[in-house]
Write a protein that binds this ligand. Structure first.
Ligand code: NDP
Length: 244
């Protein structure tokens, strides 16, 4: 299928985990993909995607200057960004009373401010062209909160509010903004959790298994594709039924 032919998708945090699966899925759907990552591997991963015309770009999304410069670089190389997937994210978990200012700031800067810088940077072009798709990768903990993750949950909740606000501002200009809220997905981000935490999580998933990065990527593909043309401001939970 090539429902995303002629699209240029910018995917942050695209070298690993969920972002890599999203990049792969969108490339399979015919899109050219700009993989953006703090890691230099962005370039080699982009070169491995199916199809041609992809690119890898190094950028720290928590840095506003790097973000505005990034969009210029991507657009010069690949063309106007028609799909933005804000996927890059980090955790710095700790119970509230032990949470350092730097752990709060870095999680908010990467998981919430980064998406804001990039949405703002692509919005004008999308509005002018009267089309564009934005997907923000939030988390179920942005809906429920989570012990030991007050910084991360606050950032992910903020990302949902950002998504809904952007959806309201840009809908009349043909730009859609939606969020996905993954549950417990098997990636490097979660493999480091203690075994008892992983077992406890599994007990809470009615589907009886962890999600895969591909489970999330397929929902993103739907949201940026023609089948979701009338869907905006929504949060799609991808968690095997953990949060209902
Ligand atoms: P990974 O840690 O596996 O991958 C995240 C990628 O983002 C890495 O390549 C990472 O680079 C990159 N990245 C981190 N910080 C920045 C930055 N400042 N600028 C650019 N790139 C950066 O994470 P996942 O694939 O597990 O998660 C992807 C998204 O999904 C995140 O937003 C996460 O919060 C969300 N999510 C994940 C869940 C899960 O269970 N895995 C559940 C719910 C939501 P580096 O390796 O150098 O850090």
């Amino acid at each position: 299928m090539s429902e995303l032919i002629d699209q240029i998708a910018l995917v942050t945090g695209g070298t690993r985990g969920i972002g890599r699966a999203i990049s792969q899925e969108l490339a399979e759907a015919g899109s050219r993909v700009a993989i953006v990552d703090i890691l230099e591997e962005a370039k080699s991963v982009a070169a491995e995607l199916p199809g041609t015309g992809h690119g890898g770009f190094v950028c720290d999304v928590s840095n506003p200057a790097e973000c505005s410069e990034l969009i210029g670089r991507v657009e010069e190389t690949l063309g106007p960004v028609t799909i933005l997937v804000n996927n890059a994210g980090i955790t710095r978990d700790n119970i509230l009373v032990r949470l350092k200012d730097t752990d709060w700031d870095s999680v908010i800067d990467t998981n919430l401010s980064g998406p804001f810088y990039l949405v703002r940077a692509v919005a004008r072009g999308m509005m002018k062209r009267r089309s564009g798709k934005i997907v923000n990768v939030s988390s179920v903990v942005g809906l429920t909160g989570n012990r030991g993750q007050s910084n991360y949950a606050a950032a992910k909740a903020g990302l949902i509010a950002l998504t809904k606000s952007v959806a309201q501002e840009l809908a009349a200009r043909g730009v859609q903004a939606n969020a996905v809220a993954p549950g417990f997905i098997a990636t490097d981000l979660t493999s480091g959790l203690p075994e008892e935490v992983q077992r406890d999580m599994l007990d809470r998933i009615p589907a009886g298994r962890l999600g895969s990065p591909e489970d999330v990527a397929k929902v993103v593909r739907f949201l940026v594709g023609p089948g979701a043309a009338y869907v905006t401001g929504q949060v799609i939970v991808v968690d095997g039924g953990m949060v209902m």
